[in-house]
Write a protein that binds this ligand. Sequence first.
Ligand SMILES: Cc1ncc(COP(=O)(O)O)c(C=O)c1O
Length: 408
Amino acid sequence: MQKPDLTTNDLAADFLQCPDRHDTGAEKWDRYQGRTTATGKEILPFWVADMDFQSPDVVLDAIRKRTDHAVFGYTHETPGFASTLTTHLREQHNWQIDPSWVIGVPGIVTGLSITARLLSQPGDGILTLTPVYQPFLFLPKLAERRSVRVPLHADVTAQRWTIDWELLEAALTPDVKIFWLCHPHNPTGKVFTREELLRIADLCEEHGVTVVSDEIWDDLILDGSNHIPFASLDHPVARRSITFVAASKTWNIAGLGCAAAIVPNKDLRHQWRQAGGGLVPMVNPLGYAASEAAWKDGDAWRQKLLNVLKYNKQCAVRAIQDIPGVSCIPPQATYLLWIDCNEWIARQPPDRNQPQHVCEEAGIGPSNGPEFGGSGYLRLNFGCPPALLQEGLERLRDAFGAYETSGQ
Ligand SMILES: Cc1ncc(COP(=O)(O)O)c(C=O)c1O
């Protein structure tokens, strides 16, 4: 087995260990708490997309400063929130927005639900490319809309995910009003190219569809690709689109409930709060303080994080390559690995052909692919200290059968 190009010597000490998250209400760790394997091992969680790392000091200091102020009344977008985000998007992604376009939302899942109500009527279709982050699949039904799914194509030779344009065009029937784009894409880690984004924009213009682009993963590009915000395109569909971003994935502050909707169109901005329909609370002041600090002062930490994630990605991809019948297309972004187990499944007796189940039996808990619309797949979260990942990868090997250890 090849050695990874990066070694643990390249990794900052902050990322080599993590605090114990048991009994902190951590969704990730609670799922398997108290459940052990037949040999008495705790099942290690590699599922929901948060990382086990502590947030950086710049974020913690901002939260402390805000708590020192000690008044936590109702809070709308703080003065620095929109301006800091504006600078961040210009510097990182070459996208110039106007700060007045920014609306604070307590979460992107909430924001997606608002767009369903804002941009379509009951019975209309919301299109997305599958597999995809689960709420893209179940939110339309909750809003009494139709979920329209177009599968991405795994180009194994080119090692990239591609769009089947004929399928996409055929799915754009007159009742489809919204395209929920996940960019970069969870779970495949695909970063859409300018050509792909422009072609999506052209199709949406032709069919009268509004694009909503969830760019929560935009600051976690692992392969040097360029993240191009959909709304930064010079295109009429881009100018009427809605984009979501957040500091939550990159700086590990999802529990603070803060994200931003970027809505360039003035009329849509005005209709936004109405569409929330009394269901959506204000963002909490600590979320604003933490997000602002992350965007403003968090880049040095993010660079160190990216090194760890690149290292972990190498280890995980190489481990997968060594397991017969299991494969993956390396993610361009995110800290998620989308693992194809279909060949392995085909070789198993029916009582052993559930990858999620055999993983849990071996002491590792990934996410189950069918939840994302990916039959026979698993999603592995590698946002954790390398030693924990190594333990997980060994258990994965045990789950699927023997492969030669890497000797790392
Ligand atoms: C693509 C995508 N959008 C949204 C979210 C969740 O966002 P929030 O916690 O702001 O609702 C996730 C979390 O994994 C995600 O992967």
